[in-house]
Design a protein around this ligand. Structure first.
Ligand code: PEP
Ligand code: MN
Length: 337
């Protein structure tokens, strides 16, 4: 259930209500909005607990929650969440774009790419240092060396670094370098990993698994939120269907559907979502029109020689064009880019 505090509830009253929730055998998660604070009380549906909590000073009312994802749901928090990444943010008026290569390959490659995407208007730099490859003999990423190169690119450009973490043991190391921890599609239901990133204070970009329903996706986000990390972004990156003209089928109706169910920002990845470079920009335009809060785009200075995902990477001039084409669409749907 949700315990809605009065607009003028004091911090003592809020702390007391949290204590009472825990005493009643539930887990209390604090959700602070701009006007109001609510407490998500998780783990008990008894009506008596609702009555007890409703009588506490500073509590306005208690509301049962129907969605299985308690903290992620719009029932828990009406206002949209804004996740700060570096000096920018995702989920507000501005559509913040993340761009960069699939993998960090070399110092020259990542620095050239970082400066170019920054100049084109990106706020985040993507680049995998640890790559989840289908084939164990494929390039696995530069590892910690790649993280160091990403940190250098951040120093030079001010871009926030977004990079994937593959295992619970790696979370500490990746968090030392990254601004945003990416949990990949193949790990969406790696519950140990979700809990570990939930214990950090870093924003998390959670990718939808390619066979996951929206409920499963939101429950994966809930694992992170339940550990106390409220900075979660949901990333639609395509699902597996019978269709084979694309690598995955980008499920753009997930964007408004997630917005109806959850307050968390929605990011669209048309690169993994299509697997075809000529389809990336049209689908980026469509994602903005559908209400995406952010795009994550694979950009490579020389896609032909990319070590991973060259076929879906766009060039730097193509990325500039993507940004220019998406801007008026953002305006048409009441956003800025
Ligand atoms: C990627 O972003 O390069 C990637 C591997 O993403 P996903 O987990 O969506 O496949
Ligand atoms: Mn990729």
């Amino acid at each position: 259930m949700i315990v809605v505090m009065q607009p003028d509830a004091t911090s003592e009253q809020i702390a007391h209500a949290m204590e009472r929730v825990e005493e009643l055998g539930m887990k209390a998660i604090l959700l602070k909005g701009t006007n109001r604070t609510v407490i998500a009380a998780i783990g008990d549906k008894r009506e008596t607990a609702r009555e007890v909590l409703g009588a506490i000073p500073g509590v306005e009312r208690t509301v049962p929650i129907l969605a299985p994802y308690k903290v992620a749901s719009v029932e828990a928090k009406k206002e949209r969440s804004v996740v700060r990444i570096g000096s920018g943010s995702i989920g507000g008026q501005q559509i913040g774009v993340i761009a960069g290569p699939c993998s960090v390959e070399s110092r020259e490659q990542i620095l050239e790419c970082a400066h170019a995407v920054k100049a084109a208007g990106a706020i985040g730099l993507r680049g995998g240092a640890f790559k989840p490859r289908t084939n164990p003999y494929s390039f696995q990423g530069l590892g910690e060396e790649g993280l160091k190169l990403l940190a250098e690119a951040r120093e030079q450009t001010g871009l926030a670094v977004v990079t994937e973490v593959l295992s619970p043991e790696q979370v500490g190391m990746v968090a030392d370098y990254a601004d945003v921890l990416q949990v990949g599609a193949r790990n969406m239901q790696n519950f140990h990993l979700l809990r570990e990133v939930g214990k950090t204070n870093k924003p998390v970009l959670l990718k939808r698994g390619f066979a996951a329903t929206l409920d499963e996706f939101l429950l994966a986000a809930e694992y992170i939120l339940a550990e106390g990390n409220s900075q979660v972004m949901l990333c639609e990156r395509g699902i597996r269907t019978f269709e084979d003209h694309t690598r995955n089928t980008l499920c753009l109706s997930a964007v408004p559907a997630l917005n109806q169910r959850s307050h968390l920002p929605v990011v669209v990845d048309p690169s993994q979502g299509t697997g075809v470079n000529s389809l990336v920009t049209p689908m980026a335009r469509a994602a903005v029109a559908a209400g995406a809060d952010s795009l994550i785009i694979e950009v490579h200075p020389d896609p032909e020689h990319a070590l991973t995902d060259g076929a879906q990477s766009i060039t730097i001039p193509e990325f500039e064009l993507l940004m220019n084409q998406c801007r008026p669409i953002a305006q048409a749907v009441g956003r800025e880019m």
